[in-house]
Design a protein around this ligand. Structure first.
Ligand code: HEC
Length: 131
């Protein structure tokens, strides 16, 4: 039997949704996000008053519905930066690139959404903050 190409073998070995690490996400959140968004994610960080637009309340991202994984991943890593979204929110994609494997989280329809592992850990943590 011919060996499978490496990428395909990896795809078969790794389930499409890998376990995210909420504890790592919490540390990343504290280090990279809390200054603006506040320790509890309410948008009341120590730097919030310096922003032209107030940092979003991250406890309301889901708003009672499904958590908007793609929108939040895009906000953090900057892939979908819209002109209207040109606030003070830094783009973290370059910082988190190469800081771990690319992983997939399941979107609302179960479709995989690819992102770097730290972004997935952050999102897993943000999901725990939802009101
Ligand atoms: C320098 C301040 C600052 C830091 C640091 C920061 N943000 Fe933000 N963030 C903002 C501001 C201001 C907004 C809202 C304005 C805008 O649309 O750009 C925002 C918006 C967001 C949104 C959009 C909410 C929505 O409704 O789509 C998300 C998600 C978010 N931030 C997550 C994060 C995460 C996660 C981190 C850490 C990796 C982080 N932010 C770090 C200032 C910051």
């Amino acid at each position: 039997m011919r060996p499978l190409p490496l990428a395909l073998s990896l795809a078969l070995l790794c389930p499409p949704v890998m376990a995210q690490d909420i504890a790592i996400g919490a540390v990343l959140y504290r280090d990279f996000c809390a200054a603006c968004h506040g320790v509890a994610g309410k948008g009341d960080g120590t730097m919030a008053d310096l922003m032209r637009r107030p940092p979003a309340d991250l406890t309301r991202l889901a708003g009672g519905g499904p958590f908007p994984i793609l929108r939040v991943a895009a906000t953090i890593d900057g892939r979908g930066r819209l002109p209207a979204h040109g606030g003070d929110m830094p783009v973290f994609g370059r910082w988190f690139e190469g800081a771990g494997p690319v992983v997939a989280m399941a979107g609302p329809d179960g479709q995989p959404i690819l992102m770097s592992a730290p972004v997935a850990d952050l999102i897993a943590y943000l999901i725990t903050l939802q009101d």
